[in-house]
Design a protein around this ligand. Structure first.
Ligand code: ADP
Ligand code: LRH
Length: 508
């Protein structure tokens, strides 16, 4: 085959994939080489009663996927992207100490109190511009400090950097993902000295020694170096691993098919989470931004992803799992969307970002609890639960995009939805109505395409910046456009008020 082929390792919270992407005549053709399940695992062995990632099973899936990618032909570069914030600890010999904890583990509650006791969120925000989330790496490192393993740990590698280390033997810390740690100053794109001092001085976490050298997206880490799996370039060299925009959201934003429109599209990276925001060329660290809990994560090519985490498809995933486990009902995604579409609109609305929805486990009781506490009617059947979740997501998107505009001054022409959630037609349509903006859905593979175009540029197959990379994505995929319906503003304004300023409810 002609053209230039790269492989993307894309680990999402619900599944992992290895894909090949071939750039030929300006178009990128993507093929899946392997897909393997992912999810947080409860580990109840003595000494580790916590939520962890089964990283060795992911590693097995990656190895099989790379072997398959290589069987199909030469590969000029490999890029890795995964979810943010989590890390593996390595000992002095570079061996992984235990399974990496998963961000849904509640183990950081005490660490949050202790950190905020020394430096309140408003002051932290002045340094890191990061939204408060109890799972930010900063709090996880404090929570891990007294664990026996922390005494052994010599190195902490975020998940994509851990995979890159296993593939190449080299340790780096790619900056887009590092920006999810809560330890980066988004203005300098470097570690915040004040926050490293806080971790080291007040909590004895041995930073910066634990942290690897920061690198920007596009940096070649090194050739793949595994004894038993060989992936080779067309010149028969061992394929280089490139630090792409290794935070999955950063790759997803590179993969938004809106060339030439940076700062004029709002994005929803829609998967297990919905990451909702705008792309800027500078961080916003005002008090109002801190109060709205917006984050300044770093993007490729010097950009800032100014966004808010919204609970996303997680609640739907867990609800479908609950029903499957309760009575064996298997509901596919298209079925779930049809069920929700058949239910009455605006019946039950909830704040999807309430902390009660973070932990794994049955959701319907928690939805009922929220509804009871806030004077919303309880859903009566399964379609009504699904409708409540999808409509409530649209309300949350509306609010986040309005805040993003107001706080950053961005003026938006479209909302671009990339990722698996872009296939949810009901949610796309409701988002157009709720925001009053046209929604452009696609590509589903935005994250892996964003991963691939940065790798392709690193090996010289694409020239230019974000516009050129986005042009490749735009030329290689079809998107679906949803126009907002007429006269929707007052309906959605009322919906937003119901969720975010509810009237006092009867006590449950
Ligand atoms: P992650 O990277 O977090 O694992 P993905 O980008 O793979 O997430 O998206 C997974 C989500 O995509 C699912 O939770 C589901 O909500 C949505 N999805 C997948 N397939 C469909 C479909 N056919 N119709 C509607 N939604 C879908
Ligand atoms: C989405 C994501 C998100 C993080 C969360 C931990 O997959 O990377 O951006 O906040 O996972």
């Amino acid at each position: 085959m002609s053209g230039c082929t790269v492989a993307a390792i894309d680990l999402g919270a619900s599944s992992g994939r290895v894909l090949r992407g071939t750039l030929d005549g300006g178009r990128l053709a993507v093929e899946e080489c392997s897909r393997f399940p992912n999810g947080v695992a409860f580990v109840r062995t003595a000494g580790q009663p916590d939520l962890v990632w089964d990283v060795l099973s992911l590693w097995r899936g990656i190895r099989e996927g790379l072997a398959e990618a290589s069987r199909r032909g030469p590969v000029e570069a490999i890029g890795i992207d995964t979810w943010g914030v989590d890390y593996g600890l390595l000992d002095a010999d570079g061996r992984l100490i235990g399974n990496p904890a998963a961000y849904r583990s509640p183990r950081t509650a005490d660490a949050v109190v202790r950190v905020h006791g020394l430096m309140p969120q408003s002051e932290l925000y002045g340094f890191n511009g990061a939204q408060h989330q109890a799972f930010n790496t900063l709090f996880q490192l404090v929570a891990d400090r007294s664990a026996a393993q922390a005494g052994l740990a010599r190195s902490a590698l975020l998940i994509p950097d851990l995979i890159a280390y296993w593939l190449t033997g080299r340790r780096v810390c790619e900056v887009t993902n590092a920006s999810t740690t809560g330890l980066i100053d988004p203005a300098t794109r470097d570690w915040s000295p004040e926050l490293l001092d806080l971790l080291n001085g007040s909590f004895g976490v041995p930073v910066p020694d634990l942290l690897a050298e920061l690198v920007e997206p596009g940096t070649v880490i090194g050739p793949m170096d595994l004894p038993d799996i060989s992936v080779r370039t067309s010149e028969n060299r061992s394929t280089p691993v490139v630090a792409v925009a290794t935070h999955d959201t950063a790759s997803a934003v590179v993969g938004v098919p809106a060339p030439g429109r940076s700062g004029r599209f709002g994005f929803v990276s829609s998967g297990t989470w919905s990451l909702v925001g705008v792309e800027l060329d500078h961080p916003v660290k005002t008090d109002a931004s801190a109060a709205a809990n917006f984050t300044n994560e770093l993007g490729a090519d010097g950009t800032v992803r100014y966004l808010k985490n919204i609970m996303g498809m997680w609640m739907l995933q867990e609800t479908l799992r609950q029903w499957r486990e309760e009575d064996g009902t298997e509901i596919s995604w298209p079925q779930a969307c049809r069920m929700a579409a058949s239910a009455p609109s605006m019946r039950t609305l909830i704040d999807v970002n309430d902390e009660i929805f973070v932990a794994p486990g049955p959701m319907t009781e928690r939805i009922d609890l929220w509804a009871l506490r806030h004077g919303e009617p309880l859903p009566q059947d399964r379609p009504q639960y699904l409708r409540a979740l999808i409509e409530s997501l649209a309300v949350a998107y509306r609010r986040a995009l309005r805040e993003a505009r107001e706080l950053s001054g961005a003026s938006l022409e479209t909302v671009n939805i990339v990722g698996g959630g872009g296939q949810n037609e009901l949610l796309c349509r409701l988002t157009a109505d709720a925001t009053g903006l046209p929604v452009v859905a696609g590509p589903v593979e935005g994250t892996s395409m964003g991963n691939m175009v940065v790798a392709l540029r690193a090996v010289g197959a694409i020239d230019g910046g974000l516009d050129e990379m986005r042009q490749v994505v735009a030329d290689s995929t079809s998107t679906t456009r949803y126009e907002p319906g007429p006269d929707q503003e007052s309906i959605w304004e009322a919906a937003e008020a119901r969720v975010f300023s509810p009237a006092p409810a009867a006590t449950a």
